[in-house]
Ligand binder design. Sequence first.
Ligand SMILES: [Zn+2]
Length: 97
Amino acid sequence: MILRLIFYAILFGAIYYAVRGLFGGGARARGDGEADEGSDDAMIACPECGTYFPRGIGVPGRVRGRKYLFCAVECAQSYRSRGGPPPDDGTPGREEA
Ligand SMILES: [Zn+2]
């Protein structure tokens, strides 16, 4: 259990630095294929739970080299720990390392 706590602490730290990197850098230097439509108050769906939220308050997370915006840190963590989108109904959750 302690190991699990440490694991989440590290995850949280990584997300924290990702957020700092995004907002601290401030420069929107990337102009390639990233989906960047809409302004900060555009409503987007959380890839984890499907909740709609303003893009500006999204929690950025990087999963398998792709950037996503989540409605909450918890969603970013569970999405990342699974390594992809939630399985569709009927599919039992399987662990992929
Ligand atoms: Zn969510």
